[in-house]
Design a protein around this ligand. Structure first.
Ligand code: KIV
Length: 264
């Protein structure tokens, strides 16, 4: 059954946890969709995982549209959410609206995600009023890595926790349909999730959010640059890929590949 923002919101009401993973291209997106994932996010993490960048800052609107179009081709049931890249929405509501519209019209997104709280409320409202569903993202918002001075846990002090709570309530009021909470103390994520009627999707935010999201390549043990503490690896695909590639290279060198059956 096709999942919509209403399906996702009704899951919170029913106490059913929401599963979400990232995808950047058609092949993996198809695997996720066929496996029953509720939300597929075309994350701007594509810039790091796919593009080899150190942060999510360099990825562009055109890059995101390319990834979204690829993912769109194989996603039938999951809700397809797409990240708005850095500086595609920060300047003002008009730019946010135009760029969110491009992700939907050109890419096939069903919702967009923006990072930040009080400072993006105008942008969120403009999109929601135009019929574009928006997902919020609070806590460790990677587009602000230079302001934070690194990828560290957010909301640890009482003042920071208070700001995050107020941001979450303000985003809900502005019309977001769900909020990602990234790398914040579990106790704070629990309290925010309890205060909101919209779902929270956690990443490094403990077990008491309404759903969980991970970067697929982290979860499959493919991304080797670093492994955050909150990642659980369900496979070791990097090792398996390297073993397979070495075996192929050796077979080519020794003349074991191709054999007669693999030839015409
Ligand atoms: O870009 C991304 O992958 C994200 C996460 C929440 C996984 O925003």
């Amino acid at each position: 059954m096709k999942k919509t923002i209403k399906t996702i919101q009704s899951m919170k009401k029913k106490g059913e946890k929401i599963s979400a993973l990232t995808a950047y291209e058609a092949l993996f997106a198809g695997f996720l969709d066929n496996s029953g994932i509720d939300i597929i996010l075309v994350g701007d993490s594509a810039g790091m995982i796919f593009g080899g960048q150190d942060t999510t800052i360099p990825i562009t609107m055109d890059d995101m549209i390319y990834h979204t179009k690829s993912v769109r081709r194989t996603v039938e049931e999951a809700l397809l959410v797409v990240d708005m890249p850095f500086m595609s929405y920060q300047v003002n509501a008009e730019e946010a609206l135009r760029n969110a519209g491009r992700l939907m019209k050109e890419g096939g997104a069903e919702a967009v995600k923006m990072e930040g709280g009080a400072r993006i409320l105008k942008q969120v409202k403009a999109c929601v009023e135009a019929g574009i569903p928006v997902m919020g993202h609070l806590g460790l918002t990677p587009q602000s890595v230079n302001q934070f001075g690194g990828f560290m846990t957010q909301g640890k002090s009482a003042a920071e926790a208070e700001t995050l709570k107020n941001d979450a309530l303000a985003l809900q009021e502005a019309g977001v349909f769900a909020i990602v909470l990234e790398k914040i103390p579990a106790i704070l994520a629990k309290s925010i999730s309890k205060d909101l009627w919209i779902p929270t999707i956690g990443i490094g935010a403990g077990v008491n959010t309404d759903g969980q999201i991970l970067v697929t390549q982290d979860m499959l043990g493919m991304y080797e640059k670093f492994k955050p503490k909150f990642v659980r690896q369900y496979a070791q695909l990097a090792a398996e890929i390297k073993t397979s590639v070495s075996a192929f290279a050796a077979d080519v060198k020794t003349g074991c590949f191709p054999n007669e059956e693999e030839s015409f």
